[in-house]
Design a protein around this ligand. Sequence first.
Ligand SMILES: [Fe+2]
Length: 157
Amino acid sequence: MNRIFEMQRKMLRKIAEFQNKAMERDQPLDWERVHMISCAKIGEMLALKRGADTEMAAIACSVHDYGRILTGKQKNHAVAGYEPLLLFLTQCGCFAPDEVELIARAAKKHSNKSEVGTPVEEIVKDADVLDCYQYGLPIEREEQRLRLTKVLAEISG
Ligand SMILES: [Fe+2]
């Protein structure tokens, strides 16, 4: 099976595990579902445009908020998701160890929008900002606004 769809199916199942849990969430589970899928689409498009790995980009975008799905919290969610994501991706059984590391690292680093990383890390950060913008979420931090301006120029050119 296509690994992008496979991962998204697993992510949707993971999100569903939290459906009836009484815990406070900074973002509703429906946002996690929508954002996961649409970030992946944007990531794939950006990777195609940049000559990066479209599959790794789409998968990293799909799992980038894994930490927030598990904890419900926005604060520190990128770093909080790293170790659980390594396990989740490994258990999936469809990734080589270097792919597991590449994807989990992109998720770990996605909140640091001022740092420039690998092509896939950059795609996750840009897709995250663009997707939030598309859905009308506030783009408050200066480094987020800078990324948004750049990526909007990139996709309009
Ligand atoms: Fe995030």
